[in-house]
Design a protein around this ligand. Sequence first.
Ligand code: TXA
Ligand code: MG
Length: 316
Amino acid sequence: MKLRSTQILSVNASGLARASEILSGGGLVAFPTETVYGLGADARSDRAVAKIYEAKGRPSFNPLIAHVASLDAAMELVEFDETAKRLAEAFWPGALTLVLPLKSGSGVSKLVTAGLPTLAVRVPDHPLARTLLETFGGPVAAPSANLSGKISPTTAEHVLSGLDGKIDAVCDGGPCIVGLESTIVSTGDAPTLLRPGGVDAEAIEACIGQTLIRAVEGDVPQSPGQLLSHYAPSGAVRLNVTEVLPNEVLLGFGEVDAELNLSKSGDLIEAAANLFWMLHQLDEGGAENIAVSPIPTHGLGAAINDRLKRAAAPRG
Ligand code: TXA
Ligand code: MG
C-alpha cells in the first residue's frame, strides 16, 4: 500500500492534536520515545493494528507493546502483582516494558497480543510521547518504526527512510536519548528478563531483591516472540481447503460459504484484523476440525499464513 505522502508533524500543540486525530481515525503515526521511534496505532482497533504489520512488512505476528500515559492507565489493561507494581513505580516513565496478565474487557485488539493471555505495557519517558498518549487518551500499540528486519530508528529521518508513503505521519521530536529498545520483563512466580534493553537487569534485580531468570541463550538474546508458545486453537486445523469435509467448520476467505469469514471481499487487512478473534471464536464454539480457505501469500498474507501454519502444526 502506498499512501500519497507521509506528513511530518512538528512538536507543538497543533502537530500533536493532528497526530492524535490520525490515531483516533485508525491511522498510523510514528512518534519518538526515549528508546527508539515507535510506529503507533490505536491498540483497541483490529484494523489499525493490522496496518502496522502491513506497513512494516512483518512476515509474522509478533506481539506488540501497548504504550500508555500512566500507571493508572496501564492498570486498566493488565493485572499488576506486587513485583510489577514495585517495578512500575521505580522505572516508569522509562525504558522498561512489563509483560502482565491481560484484564478481560481491556478492549485491546488480539492482534496486539497475538492472541496471548498477556500484554506488554510501557509508559515511555519522552515529553512528546506522553503528551500524545494523554491527548489520545487510549493505549497505543507501537513496535519500532522500521521495516521488518531493519535497524530500529532513532530519528524521524530514519523512520522516513523506511516508511515514507506507508504511514500517515511522523512526529519529529529529534533524536532519541537512549537509542536502545526497552528492557522487557515478565513477573509472576518467576520474574524473567525477556529482552535486555535500556534499563539494566541489575537495577531491576536490586529493585525487586530477586534474580531474574534470563530468557537468553549463550550471548544471543532470543526474541521474546520466539520463546512463546503462541496461541493455537485446540481443534485440528487444515489449510488451503477448497473442499470442506462434513466434520469440518470452515474459516473462510473470499467468496465462500462460511459462517466465519476472514474477509468476504478478499481484503488482507480485514483478514488480519479478524484472524485471532475468529480462531478464539472457533475454540470457544468447540470446533474439533477447522478447515481454512486458501489465503494469498502477498502483503499481509505472509503473516496470516505463518500464523495459520503454526496453528495447524502437529502438537504434543
Ligand atoms: O523501546 C521499545 O520497546 C520500542 C519503543 C517503540 O517502545 N518498541 C519495541 O517494540 O521495541 P517491538 O515490537 O520492536 O518489540 C516488542 C517486543 C517483541 O520482541 C515482542 O515479542 C515482545 O515485545 N512482546 C510483546 N508482547 C509480549 C508478550 N505478551 N509476551 C512476551 N513478549 C512480548
Ligand atoms: Mg523492533
